[in-house]
Ligand binder design. Structure first.
Ligand code: FMN
Length: 368
């Protein structure tokens, strides 16, 4: 029987258990330029002590000025490498691994969006933000691909154990996958292979820059759950298979797009008392894990130790990612280790998601 506390691995990286802290933006990087701040070091130190084998950072931006939200971690310049080293040293002291998540926002932006140019696959108004982006030219797409590759190399130089491409939740790369947002007539639109092309190019560029031994992960939707023309489950299965063939090192399955109320929402509220609503992307992840060789992690409502153990033993899912539970109790994984019957304190009220300040839970309300 497999246990959530089995050692596992991705590529040559040993993971001390099957728990991953999923990406969570804190809004606490340096106010002026997004470099690693003392608050960020403090947060990651407490999470690193908390028992998860690996921590994925909040999304970091790869092009100066392109951050979709406030005080994101910046990865667009070599000057951030020193801060990365401080962060990774801090986490490594506590026997945890740390992965830098790299993202591009596109029209799913809520920061500074009136003062800058916003790019997208096509000039289609965003359903929720109302922003109509500028359709990217070939040159702009090439620059984006380069920017992801350069940021991945900075992550490696800064001591990270890997990088994760954020291709989920309706941000720019996720929009390329979506027939609704991507109406391009060139090699980057139309067929699924075309819509996924930029993600494949980002992956290849990163691999080229960081080499074969450095883990490159991806977070991707199992479906956009949009009423019309979203990226579908069938399409997600295909893209995951292609990424597997290309050599991706771990696929983290999430789902839905920001602001969409269709169920299951990506950060589903009100799930703590209702087990039926937990582990809400696990059925999709189970099927994808059957079809790929690469390790699969599933995120979304993982709360109950018994339920996760059952899923682990009835599927090829290798890891379980936790977000809100760890925001509420940084040591949630240690608590599971000490007591498998432990019930996380997070009540999935989603105040952490809606409040403007970063990294705040109503239970550990700490206002840095
Ligand atoms: C405050 C907050 C910030 C988040 N920031 C990110 C992010 O930067 N990148 C990302 O991929 N997902 C982000 N997420 C989504 C989580 O990684 C995760 O997919 C979602 O919360 C569902 O998992 P959970 O039920 O364990 O919370 C964020 C979630 C929360 C609550």
């Amino acid at each position: 029987m497999k246990s959530l506390f089995d050692k596992t691995g991705l590529k040559n990286l040993e993971l001390k258990n099957r728990f991953i802290r999923s990406a969570m933006h804190e809004g606490l990087a340096d106010k002026n330029d997004g470099s690693i701040s003392p608050e960020i070091l403090e947060i990651y130190e407490s999470v690193a002590k908390g028992g998860a084998a690996a921590i994925i950072t909040g999304f970091a931006f790869t092009i100066e000025g392109e951050n979709p939200t406030h005080r994101m971690i910046a990865a667009y310049d070599d000057r951030f490498i020193d801060g990365f080293k401080k962060l990774t040293d801090t986490v490594h002291k506590h026997d945890a691994k740390i992965i830098l998540q790299l993202a591009s926002g596109g029209s799913q932006a809520k920061f500074n969006y009136r003062k800058r140019k916003i790019y997208g696959p096509s000039a289609v108004e965003h359903k929720f933000t109302g922003i109509t982006p500028i359709e990217m030219t070939q040159k702009e797409m090439d620059q984006l691909v380069q920017a992801f590759g350069n940021a991945a190399l900075r992550a490696k130089k800064g001591g990270f154990d890997g990088v994760q491409i954020h291709a989920a939740h309706g941000y720019l790369l996720s929009q390329f996958l979506s027939p609704y947002y991507n109406r391009r007539q060139d090699n980057y639109g139309g067929t699924l292979e075309n819509r996924a092309r930029i993600i494949f190019e980002v992956y290849r560029e990163m691999r080229e820059k960081v080499g074969n031994e450095f883990p490159v992960l991806i977070k991707i939707n199992c479906s956009d759950f949009m009423e019309e023309d979203g990226f579908s489950f069938e399409e997600s299965r295909y893209v995951c298979k292609r990424l597997d063939e290309m050599g991706i090192d771990l696929i983290e399955i999430s789902g839905n797009v920001g602001f969409n109320q269709a169920e299951p929402q990506l950060i589903r509220p009100g799930i703590n008392k209702d087990k039926q609503k937990q582990c809400y992307f696990s059925e999709y992840a189970r099927q994808i894990a059957e079809e790929v060789d690469v390790p699969v992690s599933v995120v979304g409502g993982n709360r109950d130790f018994k339920m996760m153990t059952e899923i682990l033993n009835n599927s090829k899912i290798q890891c379980f990612s936790l977000a809100r539970t760890v925001l509420c109790e940084a040591d949630a994984v240690n608590r599971f280790r000490e007591n498998p019957g432990y019930e996380p304190a997070c009540i999935s009220c989603n105040q952490c998601w809606s409040l403007k300040q970063g990294n705040i839970c109503i239970f550990n309300r700490k206002n840095p």
